[in-house]
Design a protein around this ligand. Sequence first.
Ligand SMILES: Nc1ncnc2c1ncn2[C@@H]1O[C@H](COP(=O)(O)OP(=O)(O)OP(=O)(O)O)[C@@H](O)[C@H]1O
Length: 399
Amino acid sequence: MSCNSSDQEFELQSQKINRFLENVDHKLVVMSGKGGVGKSTVATNLAVFLSKQGYKVGLLDVDVHGPSIAGLLGLTGLRMNTVNNQIQPYLYTENLKVLSIQGLLEYPDDPLIWRGPVKIGIIRQFLADVNWGPLDYLIIDSPPGTGDEPLTVAQTVTGCQAVIVTTPQEIALADVRKSIQFCQRVNMPILGIIENMSGFVCPGCGSLHAIFKSGGGEKTASDWGISFLGRLPIDPGVVTAGDAGQTMDSLASHTKEEMQRIVDRIIHQRPNKQKGVDSTMKIAIPLAGGKLCAHFGHCEQFAIITVSNGKITNHETLNPPPHAPGIIPNWVADQGCTDILVGGMGEAAQAIFRQRGIKVLCGAPSDTPENLAALYLRGELTDAGNACDHDHEGHSCHH
Ligand SMILES: Nc1ncnc2c1ncn2[C@@H]1O[C@H](COP(=O)(O)OP(=O)(O)OP(=O)(O)O)[C@@H](O)[C@H]1O
């Protein structure tokens, strides 16, 4: 085969992938820095809980060397089925379609010994040639680390966001920091961090034991300005359920409620996309000394104001990540913001916001975030032009 024809095939496959992805509202890749932290458990439960809430969900296991989704859902003997050259995902329920690399194995314990290009090819095929149909959520379970599989997902699945799973001990958090930087380098937004195996509630006395410590995931999230999606305790019931092919909704323990809380946060992370609700806004305002800071790239904090049906329902103040070109606009977008009110902003930053679909209002006065949000909602804050016409991202402004 000539280079030309393989280029054309690649291009055709990319077009098929894009056609499929246009029909998927949310694409999430579940990642972890380390193995064994519960990434597949989280991915599987996320998919099952979302599907039970009425969302159409696709669950794709691209963990080539250790596919565990099939086992966690009790799908023993899962084989890949093709009809009219289209791979048919397994219909776990009416709302949940599952596809696992496991389906390619004759025996579940067979190893897959594939080099990078083969892995990349198979992941692309799982996006191009599968009868997924339109989906509300595509959840991708990727192997731990920052290898070929998450890289292929980041480069192929446009609009994909990462959910990072970690355990609380430092050795796992060190690898999470690598996952965060991987996402930043490949320009993949991070939806949030989940801390799994966070403390053990003694079934005898009910007291909490922080076996792997606790709170490390939340602290890492806060240090990097990433949303913390919640924590799940060490629960022997999770192992028993997983080994029996059952999910957390079969548990009597409060782990099930914690998982539900995480799912709710994930649904609410994306304004305008919550089922049945289309009037949610998240307004970002850069702050210095509690008021709007004219210097966007050098502000101390950001107020993030959530508005549902015209009313302010939440007000958070977050610390942005350390300043570097492009980082803060992407971080603001990763918080799910829909609008940003600023004094002035450089063209480079404005271009990123435009690309990420965020409305920018320039020339806002120095005032408290509450007052500015209220003015904006009443339509009394109009774009007064850029207060500074050079890039606030790259250097300090002497206005
Ligand atoms: N919160 C929890 N409490 C107790 N056990 C758990 C919990 N979360 C996951 N486990 C168990 O830990 C084991 C590893 O989980 P899982 O396969 O989800 O991890 P992983 O990070 O996907 O691993 P891999 O590195 O193979 O991809 C499983 O036996 C699972 O049941």
